[in-house]
Structure formats: structure tokens, C-alpha cells
Design a protein around this ligand. Structure first.
Ligand SMILES: [Mn+2]
Length: 289
């Protein structure tokens, strides 16, 4: 069985050290609390990428080179999976490429962040689009839960900015306060149709962007395990990402919690296009003069 390669039908795969973007598939699904299927997400996105045009409407991010990494082995203990993700992320960074990580449940992002830290990259912040704050100390006794992933990130001392949150508990509100987490929640940005944000001056110059598909509205992506109404629209998501990319250096991004629905290929294609359009925004804001 040959491994799936992002945009294989349209482009030559670039070697990792010549690719601006390295797609890392991580089909990890262990702590899902509601609907399942995120383990099938990365492959569905990569298969659907066959249908993309190289021109994303504004530029051609594939011209910068795209490499697809081997799929991370997720059939091992959770802490080993996290280490595997960290190693794969570190390898991308050490090759001079930018991680574009496809989940899998949101816990994956913790392994990615560890990869940056292990590569000696410590001065960065995380901007998160999500329906859920993911700031619980533990969920159902598990510290490596998708509902705790951003707590693991702030525990590393990494500044966090949250966008589109609309599901959280009192514990998470207290953790926001304690860790100085900045945010603009969905009940603020969605009704007012806010398309750009201003990061605080003291927020780090380098940003890793984590996009939980459920941050977007279920009318756009019902294909996720824990959907919550009142989320971001398609263009709003892209524009918010672009506003961050215009203010900061993007050092990588991920697309998490995509759970394909059998027979509804529109969502697979949407997730592939979203991933590619994020690459395009990175290309136009970071790579051109
Ligand atoms: Mn999440």
C-alpha cells in the first residue's frame, strides 16, 4: 500500500529540506468523549487534496514545495505517541521546513509543541481556534485528554490566545485567569462578524496556530467529534488566521479534530481546501516581500 501524499495528483513531492511545508499525518484518537472518527481525518484530508487546484484563488502555495511525512505511529501508549509526534515535528523543523500537522484528536498539538521545545524553539505563542477552551487540568482522570491539551501548553509557560471558544467550565475560566490566557470568544466575534484581531503587544513574535475544526460552525464542519453551534464561518476563519499572520511570524500550524462522515465527501474536500488555503495565507504573508 502506497502512502497518501498531499496534492499528489498535481505536484511533485519535494524532499523535506526543500519544502516550505511538511504535512504530518497523525491519526491519533484515544480520548474522544463524544463522536469518534478523528483517526480517519488525516488520510481523508490527504486523499481529498487530490481534488485541489494548485492555485488557491490568490497564490500557489505548492510552488514553495510540499512534503508529506510518514504517518506517525499512534498504535502505542499515549505518552509514546506524544513522543513520536514530538520527534517527527522536530525533524521537520531541523530540516528547515514548516510543520502542517493533520489530526487526529486535539491532544496531538501537545506533542507538536513538545517538538518545538525539543528543537530549541521556546520563544513563541499559540493562537487557538476552537469551540472548547481545552484548559481542564485533566478530563476523566486523563491529563493527556483532548479537553486538557491547552492546559498542557500553558503549563509549558507558552502564552495562549483563544478564538471562538463557546464551551467551557468554571475550572477553565479560573485557569484562563491564572495563566493570563487572552481570548475573544465566539459570542463576541461571531454575532459582530469580526474578521480580524489585534494581538497584544507583549504576545510573542512567533506564533504556532492550532485550528480545531470544531471552532468553525457545524454548518460548515459537522464532521467533528464534539460540535457546538455558534461557530466561525469559512471566510471568518481564514480572515482571522490572516490577521494573525500579518502581525506575527507563523512557525507552523495544525488542523485538528476532523472526523470524516462516510458518504459526505464535501467535508473532506473542505478540510483539504482549508489546509491548503492556510498554506496560501502563510505564503502571501510570510514568504513574499
Ligand atoms: Mn480542541
Amino acid at each position: 500500500m502506497s502512502k497518501p501524499i498531499f496534492l499528489e495528483s498535481e505536484i511533485e513531492q519535494s524532499p523535506i529540506d526543500q519544502a516550505a511545508f511538511s504535512v504530518l499525518p497523525v491519526p491519533y484518537e484515544k480520548t474522544v468523549s463524544y463522536g469518534g472518527g478523528t483517526a480517519l481525518g488525516p488520510n481523508a484530508i490527504i486523499v481529498a487534496s487530490e481534488q485541489l487546484e494548485t492555485w488557491d484563488g490568490k497564490s500557489n502555495p505548492s510552488a514553495l514545495g510540499i512534503h508529506t511525512c510518514d504517518t506517525v505511529d499512534c498504535q502505542v501508549d499515549p505518552d509514546v505517541v506524544i513522543e513520536n509526534i514530538a520527534k517527527a515535528t522536530q525533524a521537520i523543523l531541523e530540516a528547515g521546513s514548516m510543520p502542517v500537522v493533520l489530526g487526529g484528536e486535539h491532544t496531538v498539538t501537545y506533542g507538536v509543541i513538545k517538538g518545538y521545545l525539543n528543537a530549541g524553539i521556546k520563544d513563541f505563542g499559540v493562537v487557538q481556534i476552537d469551540a472548547h477552551a481545552d484548559l481542564r487540568e485533566a478530563y476523566e482522570g486523563d491529563k493527556l485528554s483532548h479537553a486538557s491539551v491547552m492546559k498542557r501548553v500553558v503549563d509549558e509557560g507558552i502564552p495562549l490566545y483563544q478564538l471562538g471558544i463557546r464551551a467551557y467550565c468554571e475550572e477553565e475560566m479560573a485557569i484562563r485567569e491564572k495563566h493570563g490566557v487572552r481570548y475573544q470568544d465566539a459570542d463576541d466575534i461571531v454575532p459582530q462578524n469580526i474578521q480580524s484581531i489585534q494581538l497584544p503587544d507583549d504576545f510573542p513574535k512567533n506564533v504556532f496556530f492550532t485550528l480545531d475544526i470544531d471552532g468553525m460552525d457545524p454548518s460548515v464542519f459537522p464532521s467533528t467529534g464534539t460540535p457546538v453551534p455558534g461557530g466561525l464561518s469559512w471566510y471568518q476563519t481564514l480572515n482571522l488566521f490572516e490577521s494573525v499572520a500579518k502581525q506575527r511570524k507563523i512557525i507552523g500550524f495544525d488542523v485538528m479534530e476532523f472526523a470524516p462522515i462516510e458518504g459526505f465527501h464535501a467535508y473532506d474536500f473542505s478540510a483539504a481546501l482549508l489546509t491548503y488555503k492556510l498554506m496560501g495565507i502563510v505564503q502571501r504573508t510570510q514568504f513574499s516581500a
